[in-house]
Design a protein around this ligand. Structure first.
Ligand code: COA
Ligand code: NAP
Length: 273
């Protein structure tokens, strides 16, 4: 049997929003697999900390601080990364914002801030990355969420934004496929210890209910998501494009809706207090 091609030596991987949680886990997975890795997010401190950790893993690494709502600063950062690390073989776009809020408990600006980061930010990142992508051969991975295709109470902003992200994935897979660029979304389930989980399941009871609502009866780990990103970034996935792949222990089969009902009860109770 031939060797499974998960050696990313010589590959350049750009992870936007790669300085904490799931996306940092993805950056570390690629670093362990031999890639050169760049990360970006708003906080200079988080960027520096992540770049140091990637170097310890043996990766040639760099980073820049930028807000995905500001496309000019993302463009400038990408230019610097290409100059040092070369054209991008893999682009991961995962910057996101989330807070649980019932529609009546959120201002129009609250809704807009999540749409601006998740949806408009994804467009900014992909469009700005285009000149820096290896053609043919680049793989783009957008980090989505189950809220993209399953409604969740207190998540109208995230549901709307992430549904849009998956449609950008599909549309640009069609527009950029002829250039040899693959575009896919990865949909994490509930991932242990992350900011997203802290916000959606702020009590031990909610964490336990989330865990029990997953068919595999465990929360995911960043590595679970990193492993699928390695697959999508590799030649093993050379005919995979335009897909939305849940990596969630089966959560989307029903658990997401059960959890939504529990979160809904919690939010209603909080709004009455
Ligand atoms: N409930 C209701 N509205 C909220 C809210 C909450 N829990 N948290 C923030 N908002 C509203 C704010 O009130 C504000 O609206 P206003 O101007 O009408 O008052 C709006 O959202 C923007 O908030 P602000 O703090 O100015 O935005 P920001 O750009 O600094 O931060 C967020 C963006 C709000 C998404 C912030 O939570 C963030 O930076 N998140 C990144 C980390 C994260 O969410 N990780 C999980 C990813 S799944
Ligand atoms: P996280 O740790 O908060 O990660 C978010 C990352 O994006 C951070 O690096 C953050 O760094 C950056 N970021 C946020 N706003 C930004 C902006 N405006 N511009 C640039 N960078 C920005 O969250 P997480 O829980 O791991 O979630 C990561 C991704 O997985 C998100 O796309 C989320 O929707 C998705 N997801 C998470 C879960 C889960 O269980 N956690 C489940 C499904 C989907 P800075 O603060 O420095 O900007």
């Amino acid at each position: 049997m031939s060797q499974i091609p998960l050696d990313f030596s010589g590959y350049t991987v750009m992870v936007v929003g790669g300085t904490s949680g799931i996306n940092r886990g993805i950056a570390e997975s690629f670093a362990r697999a031999g890639a050169k890795v760049a990360v970006a997010s708003r906080s200079e401190e988080k960027v520096e900390d992540t770049v140091a950790a990637l170097s310890v893993l043996g990766a040639e690494s760099m980073g820049f601080a930028a807000d995905v709502r500001d496309q000019a600063s993302i463009k400038k950062g990408f230019e610097d990364v290409e100059r040092v690390l070369g054209k991008f073989d893999v682009l991961v776009s995962g910057a996101a914002g989330n807070f649980p809020a019932l529609a009546n408990g959120m201002s129009a600006n609250g809704f807009k801030s999540v749409v601006d980061i998740d949806l408009l930010g994804t467009f900014h990142v992909m469009q700005a990355a285009y000149p820096h992508l290896k053609k043919p051969g680049a793989s783009i991975i957008n980090i989505s969420a189950p809220q993209a295709f399953l409604p969740m109470v207190a998540q109208s902003h995230v549901c709307a934004a992430k549904a849009g992200v998956d449609m950008i994935t599909r549309t640009l897979a069609m527009e950029w496929g002829p250039k040899g660029i693959r575009v896919n979304s990865v949909v994490p389930g509930p991932i242990e210890g992350t900011e997203g989980m802290k916000r959606l399941a702020p009590t031990p009871e909610l964490v336990s209910q989330a865990t029990q609502s997953v068919p595999l009866k465990r929360l995911g780990q960043p590595d679970d998501i990193g492993n699928v990103c390695l697959f999508l970034g590799s030649s093993l996935a050379s005919y995979v494009s335009g897909t939305v792949i849940p990596v969630d222990g089966g959560w989307a089969l029903g658990g997401v809706s059960a959890f939504s009902a529990t979160l809904g009860d919690f939010m209603m109770q909080m709004s009455e207090e």
